[in-house]
Design a protein around this ligand. Sequence first.
Ligand code: AMP
Length: 185
Amino acid sequence: MKNALWLKETIFAVLTIKMNLAFLLLGSNEGNRMHWLKYAIQLIHEKIGLVVNCSSVYETAAWGLEDQNSFYNLVLAIETEQNAFQLLQSIQFIEQECGRQRNLKWGARTLDIDILYFNDEIIETENLKVPHPFINKRKFTLVPLVEIAPSMVHPVFLISNEQLLLDCNDSLPVLKIISHLKTRF
Ligand code: AMP
């Protein structure tokens, strides 16, 4: 009887765990850029949750501070039990693990991770803004995002990622270099 109750409670707990769908932008322009992206995906798998989709890797010109090495960028869709603030802490931990130094805004970095979307939530705090405020301004974000989620609707602008890309006037180059990265470990 006690066993049956335990089983019932466990099944209820599993069924009611809330899974969140988040989209992350990963970028690297310092050191072995492909290594940092692969290592970050492994750490995301270990510390955050399941990688359910991964875009191609793109080589993109640095945006903001243009006189620096080009970036390798990709976008991941992940499922996680963490809420948006826990996810922010986890990605900052992973950035540190990948040797990230916080020096110059928009300067060179071994690894940068941005939360683009978190479900369809709108969050406006000092430390966390979701959807990411620059989604619609930068092709290095929109091109990989559209590859894996073209019809997903931006919860503030109420238009699809595909339409955001069509409307974006960023002219910096975004070049596909690798189609499939290993995302299961
Ligand atoms: P960055 O230099 O791009 O890594 O910016 C990191 C800072 O942006 C951190 O202090 C975060 O607290 C803040 N931030 C605000 N919104 C976001 C977001 N959607 N994703 C990642 N960092 C964010």
